[in-house]
Design a binder for this molecule. Structure first.
Ligand code: A3P
Length: 280
């Protein structure tokens, strides 16, 4: 493979940084042409909030409810779709399952018009930053940070792939009362995965019984997913399933960084319901 300089791995589109190899400009430009369906199943998460975890859970829910769908294929991010995948997506049978890391304003408007149900995952911003730091350093399509301190600065400034986490959560908070949007947190999934699986299944209108829900939860723990990561994610598997815990930020943040983030958090999110949701 051709060596790409670290600073050339991201480019700016609409003011936000994206990875040039995964989500090139032509992909993002073509997004608005997507025709949504009311029974599409959409998953949204800022990077490192537990997207791959919920991809696995949702695939198992769809497969249990409909008897169709593979449980182990690549995460279906719409911004990674080139022309061929877009065409394939347009013709796929319902229920189609797709996801994105994009800010809600950049999600194709057809999904709102068709009232597609959207599941959104939030995670405590400090844990998200730590997870993103390790992931960026291991993923060849993202720039490696010189140090945790450097990554932390970029994260808090929103100068990372898919932009500012604060902007992302703020925009979703405005849609919390929309019946077609369900916000669930990484932390509540960690606390009671069966309950989370049941909520997600009910939200999308798949009526699964308790035994099925419990079986899906058992097969979707961090340990189970890490063990099967090679078949689900190939050689990249190990980098998607790093630690899977709540509170790892305490091993990375300095006291000053933690306080600075608290202040930034309060400034951005004051007067919203996000404090409790983000485990603050
Ligand atoms: P850590 O880096 O803190 O371990 P994403 O899929 O959005 O990229 O998020 C990745 C994060 O979710 C990683 O966090 C990963 O370990 C964690 N994760 C993945 N599967 C999980 C599971 N089944 N249970 C708990 N955490 C999981």
């Amino acid at each position: 493979a051709k060596a790409v300089k670290e600073e050339d791995k991201l480019y700016r589109y609409g003011g936000v940084l994206y990875p040039v190899i995964l989500a090139p400009e032509e992909n993002l430009k073509a997004l608005e042409d997507i025709e949504a369906r009311p029974d599409d199943v959409m998953l949204v998460a800022y990077p490192k909030c537990g997207f791959n975890w919920m991809v696995a859970v949702i695939r198992k829910i769809i497969s249990a409810a409909t008897g169709q769908g593979r449980e182990d294929s690549k995460p279906p991010l719409i911004e990674f779709f080139g022309p061929e995948q877009l065409q394939h997506f347009a013709q796929a049978p319902s229920p189609r399952f797709i996801g994105t890391h994009m800010h809600p304003d950049n999600i194709p408007s057809s999904f709102t018009k068709k009232k597609t149900k959207i599941l959104v995952i939030f995670r405590n911003p400090k844990d998200t930053a730590v997870s993103y730091y390790h992931f960026s350093n291991k993923n060849p399509v993202l720039p490696s940070a010189e140090s945790w301190d450097m990554f932390y600065k970029d994260f808090i400034a929103g100068e990372v792939a898919w932009g500012s986490y604060f902007d992302h959560v703020l925009a979703w908070e405005k849609k919390m009362d929309d019946p077609n949007v369900l916000i669930i947190t990484y932390e509540e999934l960690k606390q009671d995965l069966s309950k989370g699986v049941q909520r997600v299944s009910d939200f999308f209108g798949f009526n699964l019984g308790e035994d099925t829900v419990n079986s899906i939860a058992d097969r979707s723990t961090f340990r189970a997913m890490k063990e099967s990561s090679h078949s689900s994610h190939g050689n990249m598997g190990s980098i998607f399933f790093r630690k899977g815990e709540v509170g790892d930020w305490k091993n990375h943040f300095s006291q000053a960084q933690s306080e600075e983030m608290d202040t930034a958090f309060e400034k951005h999110l004051a007067g919203t319901q996000l404090g409790a949701l983000l485990n603050y």
